[in-house]
Design a protein around this ligand. Structure first.
Ligand SMILES: Nc1ncnc2c1ncn2[C@@H]1O[C@H](COP(=O)(O)OP(=O)(O)OP(=O)(O)O)[C@@H](O)[C@H]1O
Ligand SMILES: CC(C)(CO)[C@@H](O)C(=O)[O-]
Ligand code: BAL
Length: 310
């Protein structure tokens, strides 16, 4: 018989708030791990880290419509709630799971057409429109908005985010400091599959052939990092290493007629504080090396840190 910790599941903001209140009186710190569900080991490692920092752990599962563009995969996004709850239960360290309803988070509705949206939205200017934000212009507005709502509802002392979404970490750090949330932010390392592919809920979209080639982005980034570690600091020389490697693999995929293509969206090399593209990397400042690759229709992202932290 299992004697695992019971998880309280809240789909209602008021009841979550009243649960949260007791820990203020008890002076117990609450850690919060926001997710969109379809949980994998990357998420679970964040939850475990959260439990090492705080006695109380809350996880949210919410596929946030505001961060999806009309042409993106909101409807297809994998939803595996009962398995997610089982995984969280098996960790034996989660106190509460928050499963808000879309209509409670967005009481004015949330049409994907931004012109039709009503209500309050939050934007972190200067860090939301480069890199991922070029391909997904409203993505960080959606993320910043939902996290502001969640931070107000859950009132966490600590929050945990994954390095896999490096720009998201920088945007959230800025959101927390600029809006004066009394929250400590932690960034967990990227969980990877045995061959280096960054774990991601969207990896479920990949066919077996696509999965074999999904490591291409990580291989390109690793080749660049290797060159950096050997002393190269020039953008063009570094990025060309990655472009070349990725293009060679993309060519192999085309020649093998596998029925899909590898298409690089971007490679980026930015200052970790300002997210400005760098021509030359300074040893003391370091850089975030990141990119995105379409494997067929599935868009994967990854990054490696060059002498810096998030
Ligand atoms: N491989 C990973 N290692 C560590 N943390 C991760 C990993 N993948 C996601 N996370 C983190 O988990 C949190 C929730 O992410 P999310 O639910 O969007 O999962 P995801 O796998 O990134 O999904 P998607 O496929 O949509 O990118 C975020 O802070 C994210 O950075
Ligand atoms: C932080 C987040 C849960 C906000 O919806 C999402 O962007 C994610 O899962 O990374
Ligand atoms: N982890 C990022 C969530 C998204 O791509 O929508």
């Amino acid at each position: 018989m299992s004697s695992r910790k019971e998880i309280l599941v809240f789909d209602n903001i008021l009841s979550l708030r009243s649960w949260r209140k007791q820990f203020i009186k008890q002076d117990k710190q609450v850690a919060f791990v926001p997710t969109m569900g379809s949980l994998h080991e990357g998420h679970l490692s964040l939850v475990k880290q959260a439990s090492q920092h705080c006695p109380i752990v809350a996880v949210s599962i919410f596929v946030n419509p505001a961060q999806f563009a009309p042409n993106e995969d909101l409807n297809e996004y994998p939803r595996t709630l009962s398995n997610d709850l089982e995984l969280l239960h098996s960790l034996d360290c989660v106190d509460a799971v928050f499963l808000p309803k879309v209509e409670d988070i967005y009481p004015f509705g949330i049409p994907l057409d931004v012109e039709k949206q009503k209500g309050a939205f939050v934007e972190v200017k200067g860090k939301s429109h480069q890199m991922e934000g070029k391909s997904r212009p409203l993505f960080f507005r959606g993320v910043s908005t939902v996290l502001t709502k969640f931070f107000n509802i859950v009132q966490p002392n600590c929050v945990f985010f994954g390095q896999k979404d490096a720009q998201q970490c920088i945007v959230v750090r800025t959101l927390i400091s600029d809006l004066h949330f009394p929250i400590e932010m932690h960034v967990g390392k990227t969980g990877r599959e045995h061959d280096g592919l960054a774990m991601s809920s969207r990896n479920k979209y990949l066919t077996p052939d696509q999965r074999n080639y999904a490591t291409t982005l990580f291989k390109g980034l690793s080749a660049i990092k290797n060159e950096f570690d050997q002393g190269e600091k020039n953008r063009e020389i570094l990025l060309n290493k990655g472009y070349e490697l990725i293009e060679n693999i993309a060519k192999e995929v085309r020649e093998n007629n596998l029925g899909f293509e590898l298409k690089l969206d971007y490679l980026s090399l930015v200052d970790p504080r300002t997210l400005e593209e760098l021509q030359e990397i300074e040893e003391e400042k370091g850089a975030i090396l990141s990119g995105s690759l379409y494997v067929g229709k599935t868009r994967i992202i990854d990054n490696l840190l060059l002498n810096c932290t998030l």
